[in-house]
Design a protein around this ligand. Structure first.
Ligand code: GDP
Ligand code: IMO
Ligand code: MG
Length: 436
């Protein structure tokens, strides 16, 4: 058996969807373990583009089992919109199971996300406004509703009571209208029947798969720097995208994970607010944004762009126990005459090599760069390592040297086929930590 965890090594949108879809070929099951439809994962296969928000990126293979784990928050309306869109496109989708312990994201969570963001004013996080933070807050406060509860008698009264409680917050704290409890219940009813066949104890499915030596691919959403604990708090999401979340959010033990691979762009982007030491301004940012089509998959917001930050990547390697790196969007840098790698920060007259917890300090950090010559060649048609220009190979080698983590795969375009495997280690249970 082999459990492979794919985590975002940056602030999300690293290309996890593409990588998951590519590696799903070798997997029997694909599992999402945290987040909700704040995620937007893009898969391009056979010339068609698919955008996934809640459903695992293994869905395009009819023979794979896809799991929405207990660690996720599920907006039923979005779930069925997504599923129906696949069905309408004639995609023969995988078998999907949803944990009966996953939490529901209901309309009042969406409105709360909005009013909370508005009230933060200048300090707003820049959330996706999909209700994620409020849904997880309810889970932690033990006021949430689990998907499985919808199949039991009395759920209507519980939902109505939750709505009335939230209405007090809307009306008294924020001065905005609340919801009609009966209406929220009525609107939920059609989804209850549709959800029922998908709901199960998904941890049992995973345990069975592990016992049968099946390959499980855990698809992280968001990224390490958006992790509630390890990210740039408070400019983070409300879940655990890092590798530990894979166990917690799916109901398997740590021994089920044989390898953690981090996905990183060849540069860096961020949507939403918060410090970003290697951020580029003006035309340099615009060039990468246009070439990399750096506009949010979920919200359409332009992404902030900058140079690859190896202080951050080393930190991500550490907190995830990363065994290998997957570098995506190499092709986006094809025309640049010079490429920079941030190897350290400078602040308060000191050189900083470990990613700081303090955002105050992070805001003061000036990047220390290593400059590399660009390759100025099209890499999008490369399919083997030797097809890559020497300068591109040098760039990848420097990333491995400076992080101590080997680069095992490179992506040179959005399509499934635009992938180069440098070390085929993905589902080999013996190799937990690879050598750079
Ligand atoms: P995710 O959230 O990590 O799955 O990433 P997104 O799908 O939000 O954003 C990545 C974007 O880059 C998508 O539009 C992908 O189709 C695209 N993409 C992925 N890998 C590559 C690559 O190697 N090169 C280029 N040019 N685009 C890529
Ligand atoms: P994928 O899985 C990029 C960001 C938001 C905001 C912060 C909190 O596609 O990589 P939230 O709505 O989660 O409360 O927002 O997190 N964010 C993402 N940024 N990719 C994502 O997902 C993101 N999901 C949330 O922009 O800064
Ligand atoms: Mg995304």
């Amino acid at each position: 058996m082999s459990g492979l965890v794919i985590v975002g090594a940056q602030w999300g949108d690293e290309g996890k969807g593409k990588v998951t879809d590519y590696l799903a070929r070798q997997a029997h099951l694909v599992v999402r373990y945290q987040g909700g439809n704040n995620a937007g994962h893009t898969v391009v296969a056979g010339g068609r583009e698919f955008r996934l928000h809640l459903i695992p990126s293994g869905i395009l293979y009819p023979d794979k089992i896809c799991v929405i784990g207990n660690g996720m928050v599920v907006d039923p309306e979005v779930l069925f919109e997504e599923l129906d869109a696949f069905i309408a496109q004639g995609v023969e989708t995988a078998r999907l199971y949803i944990s009966d312990r996953a939490h529901l994201l209901l309309p009042y969570h969406l409105r709360l996300d909005e009013v909370e963001e508005e009230s933060r004013g200048e300090e707003r996080i820049g959330t996706t406004r999909r209700g994620i933070g409020p849904a997880y807050a309810d889970k932690v406060a033990r006021s949430g509703l689990r998907t499985g509860e919808l199949t039991e008698p009395g759920w209507e009264a519980r939902v109505a009571r939750m709505v009335r409680e939230k209405n007090r917050i809307f009306e008294r704290l924020y001065g905005v209208p609340g919801f009609q409890p009966e209406q929220v219940v009525e609107d939920l009813k059609p989804y209850v029947e549709r959800l029922r066949p998908y709901l199960t104890d998904t941890s049992l499915i995973l345990a069975g798969a592990l016992a049968q030596e099946k390959n499980i691919l855990f698809e992280g959403a968001q990224g390490t720097m958006l992790d509630l604990d390890h990210g740039t708090y408070p400019f983070v999401t409300s879940s655990t995208p890092t590798a530990g979340g894979a166990c917690h959010g799916s109901g398997v033990g740590p021994a089920a994970v044989s390898l953690v691979l981090g996905v990183s762009k060849a540069y860096l982007t961020r949507v939403g607010a918060g410090p970003f030491p290697t951020e580029l301004e003006g035309s340099q940012c615009e060039e990468i944004r246009q070439k990399g089509r750096e506009f949010g998959t979920t919200t359409g917001r332009p992404r902030r762009c900058g140079w690859l930050d190896l202080v951050m990547l080393r930190y991500a390697a550490r907190v995830n126990g990363m065994g290998g790196l997957i570098i995506t969007k190499l092709d986006v840098l094809d025309s640049l005459p010079e490429i920079r790698l941030c190897t350290a920060y400078r602040a308060k007259g000191k050189v900083i090599t470990e990613f700081p917890a303090s955002l105050r300090l992070l805001r003061e950090c000036e990047p220390v760069y290593e400059e590399l010559e660009g390759w100025r060649e099209d890499t999008s048609r490369a399919r083997r390592e030797r097809d890559l220009p020497p300068a591109a190979r040098r760039f990848l080698q420097r990333i491995a040297e400076l992080t101590g983590i080997p680069v095992v795969m490179v992506s040179v375009g959005p399509d499934r086929e635009q992938s180069i495997v440098l070390q085929d280690v993905f589902f080999s249970p013996q190799k937990k930590v690879l050598q750079a």
